[in-house]
Design a protein around this ligand. Structure first.
Ligand code: C5P
Length: 222
């Protein structure tokens, strides 16, 4: 069975909403609630633990913990409050368009590959990606074939994630996702093709796009 950890303790400064991003209103619900609702619909998910900004009320039906100073700290704290499930799904609250279907597909991918330590949602990169130095000069153009933009959900075998999160604090602070902590230790991480719709809400523009997409989904359900 799977425990789902949602990390929602970021400040969301880039959104400029004056409150934590997880609590920002999106299509009639707090942004965080969209992820909770989607993950509650996944059959193998037994429990949801959410890392929240300290002092935030805990949403109904989930276990709440105080988030940490960096993202990996929030993951570690949430994992410490989880039960004994063999798989751990980690999801960023900043991706409110996650679907139960995507989460279930990532879980199934890991279950089907016995050698894998983790399975992660991702999409092939469509933009040309360049490395730029500190003064705005291009130093390299990367070969786009084989580059994927990584999302959440990311699903881990519990032991592999626990080991990865024992990394030194300075490494944890650098991790923008948990899969990196597994890869650098030689672990096998597989990708599951997701959709661009599973976007990350960072800027006010992202929030507008998310609103439109969720309104479209509702119209489709009606
Ligand atoms: O900062 P970033 O955009 O990478 O955050 C990704 C996710 O991690 C967000 O959902 C955010 O709420 C969460 N986070 C957290 N604790 C932190 C920093 C970020 O739970 N200290």
């Amino acid at each position: 069975m799977t425990v789902a950890l949602i990390v929602a303790a970021g400040s969301g400064e880039r959104l400029g909403a004056g409150r934590p991003k997880a609590l920002v209103e999106l299509a009639g619900r707090p942004l965080l609630q969209w992820s909770i609702d989607a993950l509650q619909d996944v059959e193998s998910v037994t429990r949801i633990v959410v890392a929240l900004p300290p002092g935030t009320p805990v949403p109904a039906g989930v276990t709440g913990v105080d988030g940490g100073a960096v993202r990996s700290d929030s993951v570690r704290r949430a994992l410490a409050a989880a039960g004994e499930d063999d798989l751990v799904l980690v999801h960023d609250a900043a991706r409110p368009l996650v679907t139960a279907k995507l989460a279930a597909t990532v879980i199934d991918a890991l279950r089907s590959d016995h050698d894998a330590d983790a399975a992660i949602a991702a999409v092939p990169v469509t933009d040309t990606v360049k490395r730029v130095d500190g003064v705005g000069v291009v130093t390299e153009t990367l070969d786009r074939s084989g580059l994927w933009a990584v999302q959440t959900p990311q699903v881990f075998r519990r032991g592999a994630l626990e080991r990865a999160l024992r990394a030194p604090a300075e490494d944890l602070a650098l991790a923008t996702d948990d899969a990196w902590l597994i890869e650098r230790g030689g672990g096998r991480v597989i990708v599951v093709r997701a959709s661009d719709e599973n976007l990350k809400v960072t800027s006010p523009l992202d929030l507008q796009v998310a609103e439109l997409l969720l309104a479209g989904r509702r119209a489709g359900e009606a």
